[in-house]
Write a protein that binds this ligand. Structure first.
Ligand code: HEC
Ligand code: HEC
Length: 416
C-alpha cells in the first residue's frame, strides 16, 4: 500500500508539473486515481477531432484529413522509391478511422562497426527500407526501372517497425519539453531502476538545434510538424523545403537522374502544414468502459510499476488553441527512452542506441491486434512478458500476480 501512495503522489505531481495551480496541492495526499482520471480530455470516437475545437480549427482538421488520405502520383513526386502512396495507407484503423494503424510493418537495417557503434548503411539506402519503386520510367535522361529496396547481405542488423496510431498526439506535441525532462528527473530518484532518459535530437525545423524527441519508436522526431516532413519524404518520397533531398534508391544517387517528378522540392510545404494540422487536432482514443474491476486493475498496474513508465496523466502547456490549452490527458506513456534489454531493436537513431525504446502509449490498447515495435505480440500478456531490461522487474511482478490481480489488471488494460 505504501508503494501505491508514493506512485499516486508522484503521478499527481507529474500531472501538474508544467504549471501546478496552488489549489491542487492537497491532491498529492490523495491516492484516488479515479478522480484524477476524470480530469482528462475524453476522446469521442476513433478518428474524431479533439473535443472543443472552434470552426476554423475544424476546417483545418478537415483539409488536413483530405491531404492525409490523398494518394500521390509519380509525376507529383511520389518515389522514386517509397513505402506507400498516402499516409492513410498505413495509418488507418480501427475499421475506417483515419489516423490509426493497420499494423503495416516496415524494415530498418544496419550493421555494427568494428568499434561497436551502429552504421545505418546510408550508402546502401539504410537504415529505412523503401519497399516499393515507381517501376518503368521514360524520361529525357533515358529509360529506367525503379524497384523497391531490399536489405543488403552486408547488413547484420534487421528490425521491423510497426505503424503507430496517431490519435491524441497533438496533446503530446503541445506538452512542453520541460514536463518530460521533469518526469525523467523525478523518476531518477522516485524509481531510479526504471528511470527514463529524454531523447535529444536535432530539430530540422530549427536549424538542427537540439530538441526533445517525442515521436517514433525511438523518440527520434521532435514534433508532429517535423514528422510530417520526415514521413512525406521517407514513406512517400515527396521532398519539401524542410527535407529537400530525395532518398537515393538503395543508396545509388546516380539513379535519381531518372526521377520523373516535375518540381523540386516536390511539395512547397503546404502538405506538411496540412498533415500537421490534421494530427494536431486529431482527438485521443475514447476510453473503453470503466468499472470497479478496471479501477482496481489500474491500481495493480501502478503497484507493479507499469505506470512508472506508462505515465497515466500529463498536461499540455499554454496554447493558443483552447482545446489544447493546459488540459490533462491520459496517454499512459512518459515518452522517454528506456533500456528494454533484449526487447530493443538493435537500431541506433540519435542517442537511442540498440536497447533504448520509447514507452509506447497504452491509450487505445484495446483496438491493437498486434503489439510492440515489431508486432511480435498478439496478446497483452505476451507484450508484458517480452519486457526486459528496465521492464524486467515489472514483468516478474506480473508473472507472480495471483489470478485475481492478473484478471483485474488485464481487464484494466483492455479498457484502454
Ligand atoms: C508505409 C507505412 C507508413 C506510411 C505511408 C506513413 N507512416 Fe507514419 N508511421 C509508420 C511507422 C512504421 C511508424 C513508426 C516509425 C518508427 O518509429 O520507425 C510511423 C510513425 C508515425 C508517427 C509517430 C507516431 C508516434 O506515436 O510517435 C507520426 C506522427 C506519423 N507516422 C505520421 C505520418 C504521416 C504524416 C504520414 C504521411 C505523410 C505517414 N506517417 C505515413 C508507417 C507509415
Ligand atoms: C521500464 C519502462 C516500462 C515498464 C516498467 C513497463 N513498460 Fe510497457 N513498454 C515500455 C516500452 C519502452 C514499450 C515499447 C517496447 C517495444 O515495443 O519495443 C512498452 C510496450 C508495452 C506494451 C505494448 C504496447 C503497444 O501498443 O505495442 C504494453 C501492452 C505494455 N508495455 C504494458 C505494460 C504493462 C502492463 C506493464 C507492467 C507490467 C509495463 N508495460 C511496464 C516500457 C515499460
Amino acid at each position: 500500500m505504501a508503494r501505491l501512495m508514493v506512485v499516486a503522489a508522484g503521478m499527481v505531481l507529474l500531472a501538474g508539473c508544467s504549471a501546478p495551480p496552488p489549489q491542487e496541492a492537497p491532491q498529492v495526499q490523495m491516492p484516488d486515481r479515479a478522480a484524477a482520471a476524470d480530469l482528462g480530455v475524453a476522446g469521442t470516437g476513433f478518428g474524431d477531432p479533439l473535443p472543443g475545437l472552434g470552426a476554423a480549427e475544424l476546417a483545418k482538421f478537415d483539409v488536413g484529413k483530405t491531404e492525409f488520405t490523398a494518394p500521390e502520383e509519380p509525376g507529383e513526386g511520389l518515389g522514386p522509391v517509397f513505402n506507400e502512396a498516402s499516409c492513410v495507407a498505413c495509418h488507418l484503423g480501427p475499421d475506417t478511422a483515419v489516423g490509426g494503424t493497420n499494423q503495416r510493418l516496415e524494415t530498418r537495417f544496419g550493421r555494427t562497426r568494428a568499434d561497436g557503434t551502429f552504421d545505418p548503411m546510408a550508402d546502401f539506402g539504410g537504415s529505412l527500407i523503401q519497399d516499393q519503386g515507381i517501376g518503368f520510367v521514360s524520361v529525357p535522361a533515358g529509360t529506367f526501372t525503379f524497384a523497391g529496396e531490399t536489405v543488403p547481405p552486408e547488413a547484420t542488423v534487421r528490425a521491423s517497425r510497426r505503424t503507430q496510431p496517431l490519435f491524441g498526439l497533438g496533446l503530446v506535441d503541445a506538452t512542453p519539453a520541460s514536463t518530460f525532462e521533469t518526469i525523467a528527473f523525478l523518476q531518477s530518484f522516485l524509481t531510479p531502476s526504471t528511470a527514463g532518459t529524454p531523447s535529444i535530437v536535432p530539430d530540422p525545423s530549427n536549424g538542427g538545434q537540439p530538441a526533445l524527441g517525442k515521436f517514433g519508436w525511438k523518440a527520434q522526431v521532435p514534433s508532429l510538424f517535423v514528422f510530417s516532413g520526415d514521413a512525406y519524404l521517407n514513406e512517400m518520397g515527396i521532398t519539401t523545403p524542410l527535407f529537400p533531398n530525395e532518398n537515393c534508391p538503395q543508396g545509388t544517387c546516380d539513379h535519381l537522374q531518372y526521377n520523373p517528378a516535375l518540381e523540386t522540392p516536390n511539395d512547397d510545404g503546404t502538405g506538411v502544414v496540412r498533415f500537421n494540422d490534421f494530427m494536431t487536432f486529431l482527438g485521443p482514443p475514447p476510453r473503453g468502459s470503466r468499472n470497479l474491476v478496471t479501477d482496481i486493475g489500474n491500481a495493480v498496474a501502478a503497484a507493479i510499476g507499469c505506470l512508472d513508465c506508462h505515465a497515466q496523466t500529463l498536461r499540455t502547456g499554454p496554447n493558443a488553441v483552447a482545446a489544447l490549452d493546459r488540459v490533462y490527458y491520459h496517454p499512459f506513456s512518459d515518452f522517454l527512452l528506456h533500456d528494454m534489454g533484449s526487447l530493443g531493436d538493435g537500431i541506433t537513431q540519435n542517442q537511442a542506441t540498440g536497447r533504448l525504446m520509447r514507452t509506447q502509449p497504452l491509450w487505445g490498447l484495446r483496438t491493437q491486434a498486434k503489439l510492440l515495435h515489431d508486432g511480435r505480440a498478439t496478446t497483452i500478456g505476451q507484450a508484458i512478458l517480452a519486457h526486459d531490461g528496465q521492464g524486467a522487474s515489472s514483468r516478474e511482478h506480473f508473472r507472480r500476480l495471483d489470478a485475481f490481480s492478473r484478471f483485474v489488471l488485464i481487464a484494466f488494460l483492455e479498457s484502454l
